[in-house]
Write a protein that binds this ligand. Structure first.
Ligand code: CUA
Length: 378
């Protein structure tokens, strides 16, 4: 006899948490329904009309009762809100050391790429017990990344990044669906998530092939598109020096400050005039809309990330000045994307190395940083 499951298998930390909440909702609903129905039947029988001539006694309202049966259910329902909100916020904020994997949705497939350059289609391999963050983009229409065993579903919307994260708890293979109607072959836009033991995953990742790390591919695009003629690394060019920019706070010409994250890099490539760094001019950089794909942008982003060993400093137009190294040194803090971004296959989270960074800042290095080498340690 086939096994009967009320819920799909639970294979992530959040799946178990959502299931507890779900069972709680079911239990409270059943209790409330039972209490209401029991009350209806009890009072219908107790206060039924006993004879044709009976005239009921008038009943006055009771403020005490009214308040009680309003306040108690209100408090019970509020537990839904607080429990749900706590889970929501937890699942909104990936831990700083989460492993980054990129997903591009396209009619009708899921394209997955790892920072070390390994690619796969309609498959996602992840290690068990480790937080994984998916940064997702769409090449065309709205798709939705849905893994029932993880109890996770997130729309993938063109024109922006959507991310989600999870920690898988059980090795195995789990269904991946597109859960948003996206055209004729929507129903075929399915795949598998494979959860592996960490050692197996390291092996798989190391032997997965690929054309070099995402950062090194991004570096090629950076050269081909001519970005390197304006974004110089050893001196101030017509466009901001990108070394050390990723993850830092950027002062804009209109006085605002933004954090240079993935969304900022993406916007700056597609709509360069949206946020001009203080000290630079509008209309110097053309838009690359239509010239680069979402995958190209992700590779460029990985490359730009690889130019920043450290995070959290203040990025201004005098970046390359003599005070740049020391000036940023004080506020250097590793925001903790870890070495995965810069070292490809290395999965360990290393502390930041301010001294190495300061050196890289002050010595005029050519455009290719060592950090971009796949699996390389500096
Ligand atoms: Cu993609 Cu439905």
């Amino acid at each position: 006899m086939p096994e009967f499951h009320l819920l799909p298998e639970a294979a992530s930390v959040s799946a178990t948490q959502y299931d507890y909440l779900w069972w709680y909702l079911v239990a409270v609903s059943i209790i409330m329904t039972a209490v209401i129905f029991a009350g209806v039947f009890f009072f219908a029988i107790k206060y039924r009309r006993r004879s044709e001539t009976e005239i009921p006694k008038p009943i006055e309202g009771s403020r005490f009762l009214e308040i009680t049966w309003s306040v108690i259910p209100f408090l019970v329902m509020l537990t839904f809100f607080f429990w749900g909100a706590a889970l929501y916020f937890r699942n909104q904020n990936p831990p700083a050391d989460a492993m980054n994997i990129y997903v591009v949705a396209k009619q009708w497939m899921w394209k997955v790429q790892y920072p070390n350059g390994v690619r796969e289609i309609n498959e996602l391999h992840v290690p068990v017990g480790r937080a994984v963050r998916l940064t997702m983009a769409s090449e065309d229409v709205i798709h939705s990344f849905f893994v029932p065993a993880f109890r996770l579903k997130r729309d993938v919307v063109p024109g922006r990044y959507n991310d989600m994260w999870f920690t898988a708890t059980k090795p195995g293979r789990y269904h991946l669906f597109c859960a948003e109607y996206c055209g004729t072959e929507h129903s075929g836009m399915i795949g598998w998530v494979t959860v592996m033991l960490p050692k197996d995953f390291e092996n798989w990742l190391a032997h997965g092939g690929g054309e070099g790390s995402m950062a090194s591919q991004g570096q090629k695009i950076f050269q081909q598109m001519g970005c390197s003629t304006c974004h110089l690394f050893d001196e101030q060019g017509r466009c901001p020096n990108l070394k050390g920019m990723y993850g830092s706070r950027v002062l804009l010409s209109d006085g605002r400050t933004v954090v240079a994250d993935e969304a900022y890099v993406r916007e700056s490539i597609l709509n360069p005039n949206a946020k001009i760094v203080a000290g630079f001019q509008k209309d110097v950089m053309p838009t690359f809309q239509g010239l680069v794909s979402e995958e190209d942008i992700l590779e460029l982003t990985e490359y730009i990330k690889s130019l920043s060993e450290t995070r959290g400093g203040m990025f201004t137009s005098d970046q390359t000045g003599p005070t740049a190294g020391g000036g940023r040194g004080g506020s250097i803090g590793n925001a903790g994307q870890g070495s995965l971004d810069t070292h490809g296959t290395s999965m360990t989270n290393q502390p930041s190395r301010p001294e190495a960074n300061a050196q890289a800042q002050s010595v005029g290095q050519p455009a290719a940083p060592k950090a971009a080498a796949p699996g390389g340690k500096q």
